[in-house]
Design a protein around this ligand. Structure first.
Ligand code: ATP
Ligand code: MG
Length: 431
């Protein structure tokens, strides 16, 4: 309690602040993603974070974890039911349909941003978290499935994660094949009814495939022995899946078939995949996606094939941290700390800083602000991340020079003409 008796206001549980010490890692990751998307010909789209509740209920499915218990849904002042987006696929498709992006054309889109789910917060699981998502519309062949998987594989490679993630693949077949399989599966589950937990009994009516997804160890043996969807695929889906596997093999991407991979959302058909890691405990899926050819029609559009994935940025950053894979040059901070030795040179320091920023646009330079004794100024320089301090005192101002002090290396300080700084400074920083 503070003096006034007011309780301190804190962030909402499961919603994280990204502190200055965290953001360089995020920027490093985001920069990699942005370049990669450009290299693969995917265009960025940005959607609002709030949508009509019906969009998610209709697309993700009424009987899914997300819609049943995880959505942040509220009434706005007009009495409309709105929801903070729990994922991006539905919003992206809504935007594409609304703006005619699916009309006689294909699209390769990507987005990034916060998603909201009311889950139990724990390591790698938050209530506001961030995803990078990719969606491709209008392609029905397996080549685009391979292409989005290859894109993700290249990201792992660039981040140094390839050895630490596994691609799990499955096919859910066509909607018809799934419906037939569903009956087989329900019959099997009914035979083993005594082994089903409460959640599964409830899903038996509404969404029996999701039972395969259950992590309940008591059900594991029974689920392993269940009839497999892959054995009930329609011919076209089987061909699609075989072709995808051949393409991945040709491109040198390894995978494992996981016949129990069904994904939590209703809209998938044919290809589904997850990239998983064992380095993060039970929150091991870092990227998940698949094909959802029926969704556009389900949302009132013309049938349009679609495939995509979403990756969880927090989990990927956790993974990079756990494996110490963030390169030190990606940790941010300044290269140079420029300070006046006393207040008499403050203005000169300020104008020199501006000149250097004009001459060296790549340079990260922090100007000392806030005065203080010489000692406290030097302390600030030391505490900064800078490798070099530039000192400006009466003498330096008079002679048009600056004193270069090496903060991290055992090197003699030296005085340089201010006009030569723009050429010498980059050299000093690379050595
Ligand atoms: P999980 O099985 O872990 O709950 P999910 O199937 O609900 O995942 P998707 O909806 O497919 O996840 O989302 C894609 C990715 O987004 C996940 O693989 C994960 O990396 C990330 N993700 C999902 N929910 C969260 C969350 N609450 N906090 C952090 N990251 C999340
Ligand atoms: Mg989930």
């Amino acid at each position: 309690m503070s003096k006034s008796g007011a309780k301190k206001i804190q962030a909402i549980r499961g919603m994280n602040d990204l502190l200055p010490s965290d953001s360089p890692r995020w920027q490093f990751f985001e920069a990699k993603v942005r370049t990669l998307m450009q290299r693969y010909g995917f265009d960025e789209i940005r959607m609002p974070i709030v949508e009509q509740t019906a969009l998610f209920a209709r697309s993700i499915g009424e009987v899914t974890d997300i819609v049943e218990k995880e959505m942040y849904t509220f009434e706005d002042r007009n009495g409309d039911s709105l929801t903070l987006r729990p994922e991006g696929t539905a919003s992206c498709l809504r935007a594409a349909m609304e703006h005619g992006l699916l009309y006689n054309q294909t699209q390769r889109l990507w987005y990034q941003g916060p998603m909201f789910r009311h889950e139990r917060p724990q390591k790698g699981r938050y209530r506001q978290f961030h995803q990078v998502g990719v969606e491709a519309y209008g392609f029905d062949g397996p080549d685009i499935d391979a292409e989005v998987i290859l894109l993700s594989a290249r990201l792992w490679q660039e981040l140094g994660l390839s050895e630490h993630v596994t691609l799990e693949l499955n096919s859910l077949g066509s909607l018809e094949a799934r419906a037939a399989y569903r009956e087989t599966l329900v019959a099997y589950f009914n035979e083993h009814r005594a082994l089903l937990d409460e959640d599964s009994l409830r899903r038996l009516e509404s969404n029996p495939l999701r039972i395969l997804d259950s992590k309940n160890p008591d059900m594991a043996a029974m689920l392993d022995a269940a009839p497999q969807l892959l054995e009930h695929l329609d011919d076209e889906s089987r061909e699609h899946f075989e072709a995808l596997k051949r393409m991945l093999e040709a491109a040198g991407v390894q995978y494992v078939i996981n016949p129990r991979l069904v994904r939590g959302l209703d809209y998938y058909s044919r290809t589904v995949f997850e990239w998983t890691t064992t380095a993060l405990g039970s929150q091991g899926t870092v990227c998940a996606g698949g094909r959802y050819d029926g969704l556009v029609e389900q949302l009132g559009g013309k049938p349009t094939p679609a495939v995509g994935f979403a990756m969880g940025i927090e989990r990927l950053i956790l993974l990079l941290d756990t494996l110490a894979l963030v390169p030190s040059e990606a940790l941010g901070g300044s290269d140079v700390y420029l300070l006046a030795l006393d207040d008499s040179a403050t203005t000169e320091a300020l104008t020199l800083a501006e000149r250097l920023r004009s001459e060296l646009p790549e340079l990260a330079l922090t100007l000392h602000c806030g005065g203080g004794s010489f000692k406290s100024r030097m302390k600030k320089a030391d505490k900064s991340s800078a490798r070099i301090a530039l000192l400006l005192g009466e003498d330096e101002v008079a002679s048009g020079s600056v004193t270069v002090k090496f903060l991290r290396d055992d090197r003699e300080q030296r005085q340089i003409n201010q006009r030569e700084l723009a050429t010498i400074l980059p050299e000093l920083l690379t050595r």
